[in-house]
Design a protein around this ligand. Structure first.
Ligand code: MET
Length: 420
């Protein structure tokens, strides 16, 4: 598919999300006599017309508008990756999307684009994914961050604020923010929402006023734990700035990754719904388990579950046999990790505490296994985690959204949810 044949005006999908997941970015395939997207591994694109190439290159470097025809060089664009971008933009209800080598490369490009516009101050709400938090806190890119509660965003905005960042549901506490209220508080400052946990199946931040939607595509979009990538869905004018940054800095998504992500999108709605149903059942069981002090689950639902154990969280990790003891999420298999040790290690204990990330907290990404098999494994691992513990010290922290207080008595099976 050439870029000029792609539909880039998908603000409101005319077709349902499940149909778009299968067809967006592939509309031209039948006419091409193809069933699956071609994988274009070219690093360069031949032309006998150097003057024309010079003009196309100049235009792209100045504007970020993709050239018609072949992309001159693979750091400008790639046709396979472009299909993934088109499809993801459609699912998020955005005009465009720009893909990167990882979620962190995507966030980096956004921060560089805002700084390049002279707006280096960022307002952000904790918790965020640990490395996002670190990138902002460290100021490694020359940005300055002010951490705020959702209610304090408007007051934190300055003349040089170029971005507001939230993640909802947040990694790893699953706390949620009211996106409409946050977008309102941002005024004219662009709001970036990390939608990695919700996916467009459960939440489309653009419909709530977000200007940019960030994904670690490595997670649910890919869905199988075998591709690293990131993407920002946004309006076309923001996309142009991000493409200029991507061209200048080189954090491109590999075409093979683009192919796998496009394929992953086909099954995204089915996976997310099936995994969410299993997660909801595990939440009910965890909430009634006396070995669990607190369960965090978003009002929005989804396949991510976090819970604070009364016993030793490291023994729970060591005790799983079916569940994969690994960081990351969104795969077909269930994964469990200890945020204090891995995903949020880098931000340090004080910042973890500020974000409500206790040492007893475990984060689980529920996969496609049978719920009874998962519960059997979790039950045994919780037993291992509880062995030798008094059971009276939970070490848990207050705060966060979607908290379900586990009770020794299973009198209340209906979980309580408390949004932030
Ligand atoms: C390098 S640690 C984290 C990877 C991933 N973003 C997660 O939250 O699991």
């Amino acid at each position: 598919m050439t870029k000029d044949s792609m539909d880039t005006t998908p603000t409101t999908p005319a077709r349902s999300l499940v149909t778009e997941a299968v067809h967006a970015g592939r509309e031209d395939l039948a006419a091409l006599g193809l069933h699956t997207a071609p994988l274009d591994l070219s690093t360069t694109y031949p032309s006998h017309d150097s003057r024309a190439e010079a003009a196309r290159l100049d235009a792209f470097a100045a504007t970020g508008v993709l050239p018609d025809g072949p992309p001159v060089y693979a750091r400008l664009d790639n046709p396979t990756v472009a299909r993934f971008e088109t499809a993801l933009a459609r699912l998020e209800g955005a005009e465009a999307a720009v893909a990167f080598a990882s979620g962190m490369a995507a966030l980096t490009a956004v921060l560089l684009a805002r700084s390049a516009a002279g707006l280096r101050h960022v307002v952000a709400v904790r918790p965020l994914y640990g490395c996002s938090d670190h990138l902002l806190t460290s100021g490694l890119l020359g940005t300055e961050v002010t951490w705020a509660d959702p209610a304090g965003i408007a007051d934190a905005i300055r003349h040089d604020t170029g971005l507001v960042v939230v993640e909802s549901p947040a990694n790893p506490t699953l706390s949620e923010v009211d996106l409409d209220a946050v977008a309102h508080a941002c005024g004219s400052v662009p709001l970036l929402v990390d939608n990695t946990f919700a996916t467009p199946v459960l939440q489309r931040p653009v419909e709530h006023g977000a200007r940019m939607v960030l994904h670690s595509a490595t997670k649910y979009l890919g869905g199988h734990g075998d591709v690293l990538g990131g993407v920002v869905a946004c309006d076309e004018s923001t996309a142009r700035e991000l493409r200029r940054i991507r061209f200048a800095t080189g954090g491109v998504l590999h075409p093979w990754a683009g192919y796998l992500l496009l394929r992953g999108l086909s099954t995204l709605p089915v996976r997310v719904r099936a995994q969410s149903a299993t997660a909801a059942e595990l939440v009910r069981r965890l909430a009634d388990d006396p070995r669990v002090a607190r369960v965090h689950y978003p009002r929005l639902g989804g396949a991510m579950v976090s819970f604070e154990v009364r016993g030793d969280p490291h023994r729970v990790i060591a005790g799983v046999r079916l569940i994969t003891p690994a960081v990351s999420l969104g795969s077909v298999d269930t994964l469990i990790q200890h945020p204090g040790s891995i995903s949020h290690r880098i931000i340090g204990e004080d910042n973890r505490r500020t974000g409500g990330i206790g040492e007893k907290l475990l984060r689980m990404s529920v996969g496609l296994e049978d719920v009874e098999d998962l519960w059997r494994d979790l039950d045994a691992a919780l037993g291992a985690g509880h062995a030798g513990e008094s059971g009276s010290e939970d070490g848990s922290e207050e705060g966060g959204a979607g908290e379900l207080s586990a009770r020794p008595s299973p009198s209340s099976r209906e979980p309580e949810r408390a949004g932030r």
